[in-house]
Design a protein around this ligand. Structure first.
Ligand SMILES: *Cc1c(COP(=O)(O)O)cnc(C)c1O
Length: 485
């Protein structure tokens, strides 16, 4: 089979400091034709900080070569489960670069940035429509920060009632950021096992639900790619004891235009605009993680939120606010891209995106089931989780992932969710055509055959990359974050 792979054209690259040549420079300025300004003594350095000295072409080549090391959605299929690596249409970038949006200063007075506020207002409304929540804050800048914000809102609500609730229930199929967010807000996390089919039951929640519990945090669809079918009953159980339900909405790509978490009884949810609403992500940002809440939680949202009054848009801080969680208004550029995406797709387009995302995941499931072990047989939504149980030749999930790199693919998410031993979590998204899915499935099958016939190929992989297997433990424990010449 012909595959993309790598072909040895990935160039080696030294650090800029190692390229440095004293006296070289990358600028040419005209002679000074104004009086020289004298810097205050206190602001002057004793000696220059050993910065690299380079020409313009040195710098351009350095960064261009580095850019070829990067694998992204624009270079190929990127089935990283839970991360929704869909293709991001370039028209969204054009919108975000319009000078009125790109150059607006965060301190611009309200009356001079009505257009930006209008966009935020309509984005709040569109997200509310998609999710079924009447109030929205656009402040958080990532999914995990949205969770943190949502949990602070829940805490503020219970505090306002004078209730001392100390626990948060979290099923074992929740995303790993959920327990971290709950713990950061001072709660004790109580794990709840999902049922044998990977779905949380109302009975399991009822067993743990009491007046000490502030909230249940649930990821829906969960990290097995399964819809939490008992969610309405689960919400009732939690509400009956005065608790609230938090939904991790990062997997909203499966539900767009089809079902609304607000209608299911959820009280708080964060979005991942950078996943569901097609804005580029990975490598640390920028993202955007708005939080939607039900009516009674609206007063606690972080401010400012955008309101419309007598035809004008203005910023308002909710009365019982938890305070700001981000400087200024959040990641505005990401909001512009998400809004452009929502408007270009329209309600029908968003629904179709969810349908195609689910279809693509199920196509991969149908083609690979039988070759790879499928631990949970429930109906898959936007992603499918296999395991390495049936992989031959003492090969494991990590070997498969590394071998996929040789075939030219970004590996899926591996060893997550934790409820599956040797998990392989594949999320194709809606933006891939059937030829791409077929090629990927062929590669997966070829690797399964190699595991039987020539397992060393997997154990040695990747062999066609610039660097081979990295020592991941050393990278985590002894990171070298600083250049020492
Ligand atoms: C990605 C993701 C998060 C965290 O979002 P970030 O923007 O990376 O902080 C939380 N929950 C789920 C289910 C996710 O997929």
């Amino acid at each position: 089979m012909e595959s993309l792979g790598t072909n040895g054209l990935v160039l080696n690259e030294k650090l800029l400091f190692e390229h440095s040549d004293p006296g070289r420079k990358g600028y040419s300025l005209p002679p000074l034709d104004v009086e020289e300004a004298v810097l205050p003594e206190a602001l002057m350095r004793e000696e220059i900080a050993g910065l690299p000295e380079l020409s313009e072409v040195d710098v351009v080549r350095h960064f261009t070569r580095l850019s070829t090391w990067n694998y992204g959605v624009d270079s190929g299929f990127y089935p990283l489960g839970s991360c929704t690596m869909k293709y991001n249409p370039k028209v969204n970038e054009v919108a975000a670069r319009l000078p009125g949006f790109a150059a607006v200063h965060p301190h611009t007075p309200e009356n001079l940035c009505q257009g930006a506020l209008e966009l935020m207002y309509h984005l709040q409304a569109a997200l509310g429509e998609v999710s079924g929540f009447p109030a929205m804050s656009l402040q958080p800048s990532a999914g995990a920060q949205g969770e943190f914000t949502g949990m602070l809102v829940i805490r503020a609500y219970h505090d306002s009632l004078g209730a001392k609730r100390t626990k948060v229930l979290i099923p074992d199929t929740a995303h790993g950021t959920n327990p971290a967010s709950a713990a950061l807000c001072g709660y004790d996390v109580v794990p709840i096992p999902s049922g044998p089919d990977g779905v949380l039951t109302a009975e399991a929640v009822a067993q743990h639900m009491n007046e000490d519990v502030a909230a249940l945090m649930v990821t829906n669809p969960n990290t097995l790619g399964l819809f939490e079918s008992q969610i309405a009953d689960i919400c009732r159980v939690v509400h009956d004891k005065g608790g609230l339900v938090y939904c991790d909405g990062a997997n909203l790509n499966a539900l767009l235009g089809i079902a609304r978490p607000g209608d299911m009884g959820i009280d708080v949810m964060h979005f991942n605009l950078h996943k569901t609403f097609a804005t580029p992500h990975g490598g640390g940002g920028p993202g955007s993680g708005p939080v939607g809440v039900c009516e009674k939680l609206a007063p606690f949202l972080p401010g400012p939120v955008v309101k419309k009054e007598k035809g004008a848009y203005r910023l308002e801080t909710p009365s019982g606010t938890i305070g700001r969680v981000k400087a200024f208004f959040g990641h505005f550029g990401v909001m512009v891209k998400a809004y452009a995406y929502i408007r270009t797709m329209g309600p029908e387009g968003l629904k179709r995106a969810a349908q195609m995302a689910v279809l693509n995941a199920n196509y991969i499931r149908a083609r690979l089931e039988g070759t790879y072990h499928l631990p949970y047989k429930g109906r898959s939504l936007h992603e499918v989780v296999f395991s390495d149980r049936d992989l031959g030749g003492d090969c494991h999930t990590l070997d498969l992932a590394k071998r996929l790199i040789d075939y030219g693919y970004h590996p899926p998410t591996i060893y997550f969710p934790l409820v599956v031993k040797g998990a392989i979590m594949i999320e194709p998204t809606e933006t891939e055509c059937v030829e791409v899915l077929d090629e990927f499935c062929e590669a997966m099958k070829a690797i399964a055959r190699e595991a039987e016939d020539d397992p060393d190929r997997l154990h040695q992989a990747p062999t066609r990359t610039r660097v081979r297997r990295l020592d991941e433990t050393a990278a985590a424990r002894k990171p070298r974050l600083k250049w020492e010449g």
